[in-house]
Design a protein around this ligand. Structure first.
Ligand code: 2RA
Length: 333
């Protein structure tokens, strides 16, 4: 018997991607409910050739649900997630609401799927820039513990939602036409520009996106002492995040050993062609499941060949959000 599914936040970029991925992966389900805000209730959505009517997300939406995929923001997860659990559903939540709750597993299936066994009804999906960084770092860390990780991100508009993607396109047209730039979904002009991630800055000078990278990585790796520093920047691409990652290992490691380890790592594609200077680009990763890794090279500033630099690209909406959540749900079947 397949599971009874619900998608909470079905009209958003991640919600729409849930449907695509459930279809592409032929996810076994018996029924599916499309849930969204009151504003979207009554609208239609087509899934696997069948038309569904969107229902308003309420506390009573989950009596006939086994697995609920949530991507509707942290406040709505806190409002409706517990009711879903009380009704007997397992919630896989893409928001940051419960990620650092010690009672809630924070899971990347390729890394810590076993943590799911501890769930008490909610399983948290990590932040997209965290997932895209740690999928390739984990196999290296397992072979040779990472002491310190410095990450600079180049994050796509999709991280700010579907409306931000559309606004980036609109801004580009406005700039080229010499018109005033619209900044509703995006905090600043992103077209032909970039800006530091516009999440709140903490007293230590780091924004929430950067502290997610630090705190979520330590939780998922179960490695509270790993040194992590992040700088997160929004750039004018549509849906794939890129990240420059500097790693300091406990023991010496060569670029060839890194390539060898990554060549068999789940969820990773090595695209490392220094001779032709061909390395992952957002256009390579967009729409794909894997995290692409290139620019694999020694960090010659770190003694004893214990430093490595890599460059990664991953689809923010897929592996950075919807795919990772569906992979978690697949382990609940
Ligand atoms: C961003 N990581 O890219 C966030 C979205 N969850 O803005």
């Amino acid at each position: 018997m397949g599971k009874r599914l619900a998608i909470a936040g079905v009209t958003g970029a991640v919600g729409q991607e849930f449907l695509q991925i459930l279809d592409q992966r032929d996810f076994a389900f018996d029924s599916i409910k499309m849930l969204a805000s009151k504003r979207s209730a009554g609208k239609k959505v087509t899934f696997k050739g069948k038309e569904y009517t969107i229902e308003e997300l309420t506390e009573d939406s989950f009596g006939d649900v086994d697995i609920a995929l949530f991507s509707c923001g942290g406040s709505r997860t806190k409002e409706f997630g517990p009711a879903a659990v009380k009704a007997g559903a397992v919630v896989v939540d893409n928001s940051s609401a419960y990620r650092m709750d010690p009672e809630v597993p924070l899971v990347v299936p390729e890394i810590n799927a076993e943590a799911m066994k501890q769930h008490k009804g909610i399983i948290a999906n990590p932040n997209c820039s965290t997932i895209i960084a740690i999928v390739p770092v984990w196999p290296l860390h397992k072979a040779n513990p990472v002491k310190r990780m410095v990450v600079s991100t180049y994050q796509a508009a999709s991280g700010a939602g579907m409306a931000a993607m559309r606004e980036l396109e609109q801004q580009a047209r406005q700039v080229l036409n010499g018109e005033e730039v619209t900044c509703d979904a995006l905090k600043y002009q992103l077209a032909f520009n970039c800006y530091n991630h516009d999440s709140q800055t903490a007293p230590n000078g780091y924004n929430a996106e950067e502290m997610k990278m630090v705190n979520e990585t330590r939780k998922i790796f179960d490695c509270p002492d790993i040194g992590i520093s992040a700088t997160c920047v929004r750039i004018p691409t549509l849906r794939a995040h890129c990240e420059s990652i500097n790693l300091e290992f406990e023991s010496p490691i060569t670029p060839d050993e890194v390539r060898e380890l990554l060549s068999t790592a789940p969820g990773v594609t090595v695209m490392d062609d220094p001779e032709n200077n061909r390395h992952p680009m957002p256009t390579d990763a967009s729409g794909k499941d894997d995290v692409f890794v290139g620019r694999i090279r020694q960090d010659e500033s770190v003694p004893d060949n214990c430093g490595i630099n890599i460059w990664v690209a991953g689809d923010q909406i897929r592996k950075g959000a919807a795919l990772n959540a569906v992979q978690i749900a697949e382990k609940l079947l």
